[in-house]
Design a protein around this ligand. Structure first.
Ligand SMILES: [Fe+2]
Length: 171
């Protein structure tokens, strides 16, 4: 099993029927809320004993290249990501080269991350993200777009390892 990214072959709607996906395209980083998610998705996650701790969306233009970072303070952080558009975009994963000094930073919606320069890490894996994919966001990673704009809706999962998330969510 791939420890960086696993596609989930779900046929479950993401957003509640009254939610316009364009709401998440107004800013690069938007905080979501539980009532924006479809009840069938919430039921499915509940049936798998998986809880959501945070909902956010990342919008980026064609050819956007995100800085390499780990979410929060790094570690083992599985997320459920749905990508709309973004044809040709890739998520890349890296490993830190050595014990480098790290500084926690904060986004405009108050989520935190650790920044890395390219020479502090080495590349380990790349994948296009699906609808949804379970991704590891606790190790250094970034998104590089192709010629299409990209919207990623991302659900953080409460107190769960990537290994456990795979066990519970991959059918
Ligand atoms: Fe991230």
């Amino acid at each position: 099993m791939n420890i960086y990214c696993v596609d989930l072959n779900w046929d479950i709607p993401l957003l509640a029927p009254d939610v316009d996906i364009n709401f998440f395209k107004k800013a690069r980083h938007t905080k979501g809320s539980m009532e924006k998610l479809h009840p069938l998705l919430l039921d499915h996650l509940y049936s798998k004993a998986v809880s959501i701790s945070f909902i956010e969306a990342f919008y980026s233009e064609p050819n956007y290249k995100q800085g390499i970072h780990s979410d929060k303070g790094g570690g083992d952080i599985p997320k459920l990501n749905w990508v709309f558009g973004g044809h040709g975009s890739l998520m890349h994963w890296f490993m830190p080269r050595q014990n480098i000094s790290i500084e926690r930073k904060y986004t405009p919606i108050n989520s935190s991350y650790i920044d890395y320069t390219r020479d502090q890490v080495y590349h380990v894996h790349s994948r296009e993200i699906g609808k949804p994919s379970l991704v590891q966001a606790g190790i250094p990673h970034n998104i590089v777009n192709g010629l299409e704009e990209r919207l990623c809706l991302s659900l953080s999962l409460k107190e769960i390892s990537m290994e456990k998330a795979i066990e519970l969510l991959v059918e």
